[in-house]
Each structure stands twice: as C-alpha cells, then as structure tokens.
Design a protein around this ligand. Sequence first.
Ligand code: ASN
Length: 248
Amino acid sequence: MKKFLTSMLVVAMAAVLVACGGNDAGDKVYIIATDTTYPPFEMQDASGNLIGIDIDLIKAIAEDQGFKIDIQSLGFDAACTALETGQADAVIAGMTIKPEREEKYDFSDPYYETGVSMGVAPGSNISSYADLAGKTVVAKTNTTGLAFAESIKDQYGFTLEVVEESTFMFEKVKSGEAVACFEDTPVLKYMIGKGELNFEINTPNENPAYYGFAVMKGENAELLEMFNTALAKFKDNGKYDEILKTYE
Ligand code: ASN
C-alpha cells in the first residue's frame, strides 16, 4: 500500500511538472498595463471596448508573433507601478522614451512622435508661460507633461497641482480651477480636433520625443524583441499606417 501511495505521489508530481512546463512553453499570457482614457492611444468605444493606437498595435503584434496578452487599463502611474512590482510584464501607454526612464526600463523602437503642449480654455488670456504667474496649473502624476511644468514652474511663478488622470486635468481647466494643463501634444491635438476638448494651444510643442513600449530593464527581452520585429514588419507592410488611419 505504501509503495502504491508513493508511486501515486510520483505520478501526481510529474503531472504538476508537466502542467507547469507546458505553461512556460506556450501559454504564457503577458500582462500589458496601459493608461485609462488617453486618446487616440487608449480609450473606450461606445460599447465600452478598449480601443486606440496602442491597443490595436499591441493586439496586432501579439497576433503576428503568436503570444497571448491581457491588457489592463490602470492609469499611467499605476501602470508603471504594476510594471515595477512585477504585476505587469510591459507598459504601452503613450509613454515617452527619455533618459530618466531608460535607467529603469528597456524601451522598444520608437513608434510615435510626441512632445508636450500647454492646453488652455478659449479666451483665457493665457498666451505665454509668463501669463501663468500667480496662477494654478495642472498636470498628471509621473508624466512628461508634469516634468516639463516642474522645469518652468519657478521661472514663471505658478502653482502646480497634480492629478491622476488626464480627464481630471481637463476638468480642472474647464471649471477654471486651473488656467492651463500640460499634456502630450498628440493627445491635445486629437481631442481638440475631434471636438472632445474645447481648448487652445498657444505655445510651442516642447521636448519633442517618441513613444515606446516598455519592459523592466533586463527583463522580458523576448517580448521586446517580438514587439520590435512586428513593428518593423508593420511599418513595411502598411499595417502600421492602417492602424494610425483608424484614428485620424
Ligand atoms: N505621455 C505620458 C508620459 O510619457 C504618459 C501618459 O500620460 N499616458 O509621461
């Protein structure tokens, strides 16, 4: 009886090993963290489905390279925290590639041109950074827009408020709680163009840079490789342009 039980145990353990091995080999699901509402990169359609350039791109790349993904719409700062704590494998969130981030993360090849702009309400009398003196300005946690606002804050003497979501930032400008926000130029331009935001941009595009897909430094190299391979292929075969066209 003892022998029988021992062999049953061996069989059970072998089954567990096979199951785990199988999981590692082909069924790994990469958790991809993203922002909440960040048009045209991530947003929801009328039925609540997550859509946008980042979403379409990562889905097409996963399909092309044959890997599975679970996209989690967390908010930008939360997405970075998920990546850093191992709760996500990668971030795609209209995320600017910049030296400070390259110390912590490995980025894919660039996939979209960006920069930072100041958004103001129409007729606000704010047409330069100098007009911000003594006023309240809003930006979003952990973003490039916030970093730019911080870099000019003392020079122009404004108060900087920080919120978690771009939507909250826009609400503050609409309500007059803040006179301006600093956000990525493609996001502001897209939303203004679509009539989703009644804002003006009166100042130049600052800190031109590119978006990239990020993994933790030294980790998930195979995922980054697959991303870059498919991105290059899509830039060649028209798939990349097709995705961009969807959101023009
Ligand atoms: N564009 C922001 C950044 O790169 C990220 C975001 O707000 N989704 O900092």
